[in-house]
Design a protein around this ligand. Structure first.
Ligand code: ADP
Ligand code: MG
Length: 291
């Protein structure tokens, strides 16, 4: 495989919307004598405008920490993060807030991301009002957002408890879209949903990308979901990117041993296909034959 197809950790591209370069993050140890733990050991990745970069790795590998560092929620020990060509790794809170327009996030848990006592309309109005949109214009915008995520118009008057997990995730998507971001960090956005609902939410995210040109940093522990969503995929293991390649070759010609392990762990609905895949992996020497 040529170096062009698979880079262990890529160089930031000039045309990148988001460029993370040699990012290191450590968390302090619990006691004063406990040394700090390095959670990210020099991570580089880039997301281009309109692109989905999938970030896949097992639980605890540091995926959310990357997203949180981009959002300014964890301190950066070293390395740089640039958005739209501008450094954002040490921004003050006022500049950070101003960036909220371009950079949004959707989290895993649709049950805690909405205030239970406020209507869906209030939740959607919040970013609009904060942005200076007047009440009438925001009402129109909310109706448009609800249409875009395929929720009924009367959803605006209802409370979160009246909605299922999948519908709440649609509200979270609508809220992230409210002020027209250029990048949405999706951190395990469908991991709490059942399989059928997962598919409809993923389809919605794809449809939105097609119509708005928004880019996604799409984080998941599930390689099959990441592959379905992404143009390119970065594989993270113990806080380091071990492989970055286009979505197709990551799953058909995995380069790194860890990617092959992930591939086998990724749930496949069809058991026969899983068996076939294992046989193929053994044949090609990707997987060691069990004695
Ligand atoms: P992932 O999203 O891939 O499951 P995380 O980025 O959440 O992984 O966590 C990576 C590692 O960092 C884990 O070992 C986790 O326990 C640790 N970690 C995450 N956040 C903190 C924190 N605020 N303080 C201390 N350790 C943390
Ligand atoms: Mg996580």
């Amino acid at each position: 495989m040529s170096a062009q197809q698979t880079n262990r950790s890529e160089e930031p591209a000039d045309d990148a919307l988001l460029a993370v370069d040699e990012l290191r993050v450590s968390f302090p140890g619990k006691g004063w004598r406990t040394p700090a733990t390095e959670v990210l050991g020099g991570v580089s990745l880039a997301v281009r405008p309109g692109e989905t970069l999938g970030l896949v790795g097992e639980s605890g590998s540091g995926k959310s920490t990357i997203g949180r560092a981009v959002l300014g929620l964890v301190p950066v020990a070293s390395g740089t993060i640039a958005f739209g060509g501008e450094r954002i790794d040490h921004l003050g809170s006022a500049r950070r807030r101003a960036m909220g327009r371009d950079l949004q996030v959707i989290f895993q848990d649709p049950y805690t991301s909405l205030n239970p006592s406020r209507t869906i309309g209030d939740a959607l109005a919040e970013p609009l009002i904060a942005q200076g949109t007047d009440v009438r214009a925001s009402r129109e915008r909310i109706a448009e957002l609800l249409r875009r995520v395929h929720l009924p118009a009367d959803a605006a008057a209802r409370l979160p408890r009246e909605f299922s997990g999948g519908q709440r995730q649609r509200v979270a998507i609508a809220r992230a879209l409210a002020i027209g971001p250029r990048l949405i960090i999706c951190d395990e956005p469908v991991s709490a949903l059942d399989l059928t609902t997962q598919r409809t939410v993923l389809d919605l995210l794809l449809e939105i990308q097609e119509t708005t040109g928004v880019a996604y940093l799409f984080i998941s522990h599930d390689l099959s979901v990441v592959r379905f969503m992404s143009h390119r995929v970065a594989v993270i293991h113990h806080g380091e990117i071990v492989e970055t390649a286009d979505a197709e070759s990551v799953t058909t010609r995995p380069h790194h041993a860890y990617t092959r392990t992930l591939l086998l762990a990724s749930p496949v609905a069809n058991v026969a296909r899983q068996r076939e895949r294992r046989a193929a992996a053994r044949e090609s020497g990707l997987l060691e034959q069990k004695p």
